[in-house]
Design a protein around this ligand. Structure first.
Ligand SMILES: [Cu+2]
Length: 124
């Protein structure tokens, strides 16, 4: 009783699996996420000014090279994220209007300062 059902289901399952993998790849390909990297080292953001394109979605990858945790915080970007020592995090941003968006490290607010410079021209 179970065997014929199984035999019938298997090609269908294979087809479904193939279709879902296909749409996954298509989604992954069409997303082609733009990634910009910000480092934290000695309680500083590097670079302190990061150029990013306006009106597009992108990911901000924050690599904390310090041994201690830091919190990326920005009121203008409406984001905050703790990044543990010697680890990294991703923040999804955009589309942003042209302008400057300041951010700071809440755990080291006197030194960890930076801003995103968002403008119309593309930056690689
Ligand atoms: Cu905070």
């Amino acid at each position: 009783m179970t065997k014929p059902l199984f035999n019938l289901a298997t090609p269908v399952l294979r087809l479904l699996l193939l279709l879902s993998m296909g749409s996954f790849w298509m989604a992954a390909e069409s997303a082609e996420p733009l990634v910009f990297t910000l480092r934290i080292k000695d309680h500083l953001f590097i670079p302190a000014e990061l150029l990013v394109p306006a009106n597009t979605r992108f990911r901000l990858r924050i690599v904390n090279e310090d041994a201690t945790a830091e919190e990326f915080e920005s009121a203008s970007l409406n984001r905050e994220k703790v990044i543990m020592g010697r680890s990294e995090g991703i923040i999804h941003l955009g589309p942003l209007a042209p302008g400057e968006y300041s951010f700071f490290g809440e755990f080291n607010p006197r030194t960890a300062l930076g801003r995103l410079i968002v403008n119309e021209t593309d930056h690689d």
